[in-house]
Design a protein around this ligand. Sequence first.
Ligand SMILES: *[C@@H]1O[C@H](CO)[C@@H](O)[C@H](O)[C@H]1NC(C)=O
Ligand SMILES: *[C@@H]1O[C@H](CO)[C@@H](O)[C@H](O)[C@H]1NC(C)=O
Ligand SMILES: *[C@@H]1O[C@H](CO)[C@@H](O)[C@H](O)[C@H]1NC(C)=O
Ligand SMILES: *[C@@H]1O[C@H](CO)[C@@H](O)[C@H](O)[C@H]1NC(C)=O
Ligand SMILES: *[C@@H]1O[C@H](CO)[C@@H](O)[C@H](O)[C@H]1NC(C)=O
Ligand SMILES: *[C@@H]1O[C@H](CO)[C@@H](O)[C@H](O)[C@H]1NC(C)=O
Length: 386
Amino acid sequence: MFTFLTWFFVLTSLTTGLDNGVGKTPQMGWNSWNGYHCGINQELIEQVIKSMVSTGLRDAGYKYVNLDDCWQLYRDPNGTIVPDPTTFPDGIVPLVEMAHSNGLLFGLYSDAGNETCQGRPGSLGYETIDANTYANWGVDYLKYDNCNNDHIRPQERYPIMRDALNATGHPIFYSICEWGRHHPWTWAPDVGNSWRTTSDIEDDWEKMIYNWDHNGPYFVAGPGAWNDPDMLEIGNGGMTFTEYKTHFSLWCIGKSPLIIGCDINNMSSETIEILMNTELISVNQDPLGIQAHKIREVFLKDDPSIIGEQVWFGPLINNQYVLALLNRKQDTTTISVTWQELDLNPNQTYMIRDLWLHQNISISTGAFQASVQKHETIVVQMIPYY
Ligand SMILES: *[C@@H]1O[C@H](CO)[C@@H](O)[C@H](O)[C@H]1NC(C)=O
Ligand SMILES: *[C@@H]1O[C@H](CO)[C@@H](O)[C@H](O)[C@H]1NC(C)=O
Ligand SMILES: *[C@@H]1O[C@H](CO)[C@@H](O)[C@H](O)[C@H]1NC(C)=O
Ligand SMILES: *[C@@H]1O[C@H](CO)[C@@H](O)[C@H](O)[C@H]1NC(C)=O
Ligand SMILES: *[C@@H]1O[C@H](CO)[C@@H](O)[C@H](O)[C@H]1NC(C)=O
Ligand SMILES: *[C@@H]1O[C@H](CO)[C@@H](O)[C@H](O)[C@H]1NC(C)=O
């Protein structure tokens, strides 16, 4: 049964999704917004490129260095977008070349409206000229925002840039940032490589969990087309170590983009431990590309409007699975799950590997349970064991 469903979704994924050759696994990289907002400049980005390499983030899979809003200032009389000459005196091309020569990729930001969210020139009506500029500069990624959109439906605005990017002949990852307003999971899988499913994340447990709860349905996502509950806040200081581990756990099992948003020039050892969890990154980058889905949730006894615990589950290659037990309560709890609930053969034995402890913790048949602390997520990989 489950094998059948797995293949159904694999085939579905292969027949839909934007056909531009990129984003076969969720995009990984860094973006300037969460850590710096408009406070970006050439020197900072040069330092980020160096740090992506020296910290090992690049080799862990984080490839994109992406500018968010405020890199651009005005349009030339001929309509060409011009980088802010004060903050980016040498323009964008030297940064793209520096990224490429360091084994990285480079991304820019624009807006499917008349102005960006910070009042810089938007791309509505300038899609072809902007796409050509990005391609000429060697840009590999475009995040495309939704401010000042003149009340034109996103289903009309976003495909124009898709087609303009395609016409350049240069494969450019197309990241739709429509904030989930018009249920993009229903129209975006063949428009962009990923689409934001929610409003902006904040460096806060409640807002992070809100974005996770409102992420798009698992069955629309697959290679080349990903639900995007927004960028990572890990390392920015607003959550505990345990909460940031949960943030990363959920984004990894959700096949969400892993776009770092902190100051990578000065990361704590805890931040590095989280962002460099190679076993969880492998789950995120698993070639099947199937987003984990919710198996069960339990509401608080004294407040049935609040979720206390959840079980998430999804397939990986080689008949393996990832299972996550999330405790959203204020105290430690035991969460258990049976193979029956997971639609697995109850007689099958699995090696249970804890992806935060990096240890095989049990050999289980039929059921598994774990003690989970406040706001913790236990993530295990289930490997068939004979
Ligand atoms: C453009 O679209 C066509 C048709 O979907 C696709 O085969 C091609 O790879 C695309 N090219 C780029 C550069 O995105
Ligand atoms: C427009 O102006 C810019 C800057 O002056 C120049 O680099 C570019 O080649 C021009 N583009 C066209 C299409 O004339
Ligand atoms: C926004 O841009 C569109 C397309 O260029 C244009 O038709 C429209 O008049 C602009 N709206 C405003 C409010 O500037
Ligand atoms: C680096 O981060 C620490 C806190 O983790 C902070 O105290 C320190 O000021 C930061 N240094 C720089 C140069 O930003
Ligand atoms: C599991 O094992 C029991 C006892 O050997 C057997 O009766 C049952 O049919 C098996 N179930 C499955 C799904 O293989
Ligand atoms: C953990 O389990 C896997 C799967 O059974 C096995 O390949 C691996 O060798 C085990 N690791 C250790 C350290 O025992």
